[in-house]
Design a protein around this ligand. Structure first.
Ligand SMILES: Nc1nc2c(ncn2[C@@H]2O[C@H](COP(=O)(O)OP(=O)(O)OP(=O)(O)O)[C@@H](O)[C@H]2O)c(=O)[nH]1
Ligand SMILES: O=C(O)[C@H](O)COP(=O)(O)O
Length: 227
């Protein structure tokens, strides 16, 4: 890691991972998989995210925000900080709550990473952190125009508006606040798993991890049989 990232990390960067309960997660896959397979995939992605940061970025503190005590218990097993959020205000509400914790804990920067990125790459994260050296806002754009990583300095530099086409919205929020913003397109950070097509793409990138779930995909004809 070069001196730029060291400088930023020494200035106290906290990674925030929002994570719903597996039962509530991946609802867009509900018609493509059994609940058991969908929940198992959601948990695997979450475990992988926690393990990735513990292995590649042990110097970074992590905060997991969730309405699920089971999820928070898993987070603690990876030495992450945990924050219970009742889930009533959705993803943006959870992130606002987490951001308050990050600010009150004295961090200068915050990196939001969703718990459903198919494959995380340490060089992409290093490049993302390095880009924050001269920008208050750094966005990793998702394949569908969402926001798959958001690094803000200070943590509350912009309003969180996750949702449809949020990468463009977050960039606009930075501009309205007179802030410098880098929107970056990374191969791996762009792929979160929302739909069956994303899972098929993930199998291509990491067959050893995702082939089992691809076999769980229910074809439309089979779906009618289950109906
Ligand atoms: N704590 C918390 N995390 C959330 C909430 N909504 C989404 N997330 C998490 O934010 C990340 C990105 O969310 P989505 O892309 O919508 O993933 P998802 O909610 O599992 O997928 P769908 O159920 O199909 O919308 C995932 O890690 C989710 O678990 C929320 O209301 N509270
Ligand atoms: O990235 C976002 O703004 C939200 O998570 C919505 O994107 P999604 O397509 O991953 O749900």
């Amino acid at each position: 890691m070069n001196s730029l990232e060291n400088t930023l990390i020494e200035d106290k960067l906290c990674v925030v991972i929002p994570m719903k309960s597996p039962q509530r997660s991946k609802q867009r896959l509900a018609n493509s998989m059994t609940n058991e397979a969908r929940e198992s995939l959601s948990l695997n992605l979450f475990h992988n995210t926690l393990a990735f940061f513990q292995e590649h970025f042990p110097m970074l503190d992590v905060l997991v925000v969730s309405e699920s005590l089971d999820v928070l218990g898993l987070a603690q097993s990876y030495e992450a900080n945990t924050l219970f959020d009742d889930g009533e205000k959705g993803l943006n509400g959870a992130l606002d709550f987490a951001c308050d914790w990050v600010k009150k804990s004295g961090y200068d920067s915050q990196l939001i990473i969703p718990g459903d990125i198919a494959v995380l790459n340490p060089n992409e994260i290093r490049e993302l952190i390095g880009a924050a050296y001269d920008a208050e806002v750094v966005i990793a754009v998702a394949k569908d125009g969402g926001t798959n990583a958001l690094l803000t300095s200070p943590p509350d530099a912009i309003e969180f508006e996750y949702g449809n086409q949020s990468a463009r919205i977050h960039k606009g929020n930075a501009f309205e606040n007179g802030l410098t913003c880098h929107s970056l397109n990374f191969t791996h950070l762009a792929l979160d798993i929302d739909h069956s097509e994303d899972l098929k793409q993930a199998v291509i990138r990491a067959p050893e991890r995702f082939s089992a779930w691809k076999k769980c995909l229910i074809s439309p004809i089979k779906e009618r049989r289950y109906a």
